[in-house]
Design a protein around this ligand. Structure first.
Ligand SMILES: Cc1cc2nc3c(=O)[nH]c(=O)nc-3n(C[C@H](O)[C@H](O)[C@H](O)COP(=O)(O)O)c2cc1C
Length: 173
């Protein structure tokens, strides 16, 4: 086995997971809440793996953990909406990072074109019809076609090294 292979195998255990979290945490992302309306019931989960994919046709992607209880319901609905959170929406990020319960209790929201919830105060939303969900390790790689969008001028919430921060702010070490 070459040294390179040995390193790859080492990344596949518990130490590898910690190492991967450490290194991936150096990649700065925004924070979103992905939502859908399944049989009239709003569902959603906090998601940082959102990525713009294609301009023509307009496609986006995100990774959904196979442990997610919301994603199968979203997939069944055939559409989802990516809500980009503002700097002052840490409470929403935390509330939607919990599995189960009524995450929408006390949350103001409207409907995008697909019917999926647009969270009040979101900096932007990207409403999508589901194109495909590829198997990808312990996640599914989800691709959606953009059908509706909106935004407002407000500072975004930023996620860096496992902490919430904002643009131009220093995340605690
Ligand atoms: C900042 C942050 C980013 C997250 N990003 C993702 C993500 O990209 N994909 C994912 O599946 N879960 C992500 N999670 C975890 C889910 O929000 C969490 O597992 C949630 O409980 C899933 O809820 P559900 O069971 O209702 O789907 C993230 C959590 C936080 C706090």
């Amino acid at each position: 086995m070459s040294r390179r292979d040995a390193e790859l195998v080492a990344l596949d255990g518990p130490h590898g997971v910690a190492r991967l979290k450490g290194v991936m945490g150096r990649f700065v992302t925004g924070v979103t809440v992905v939502t859908a309306l399944e049989d009239g019931v709003p569902v959603g989960f906090t998601c940082q793996s959102f990525v713009p994919l294609s301009l023509s046709p307009p496609l986006v992607a995100l990774a959904s953990a196979k442990t997610s209880t919301s994603w199968p319901r979203m997939a069944a609905s055939g559409s989802f909406c990516v809500n980009v959170l503002g700097r002052d929406q840490v409470d929403l990020a935390e509330a939607f990072a919990v599995s189960g319960g009524d995450k929408f209790a006390g949350v103001a929201w409207g409907r995008a074109a697909t019917g999926a919830p647009v969270l009040e105060g979101a900096v932007a939303y990207v409403d999508c019809s589901l194109v495909v969900a590829h198997d990808a390790g312990d996640h599914e790689l989800v691709v959606g076609r953009v059908v509706d969008t909106g935004w407002r001028e407000a500072p975004p919430l930023v996620y860096y090294r496992g902490r919430y921060t904002g643009l131009g702010e220093h995340a605690a070490p």
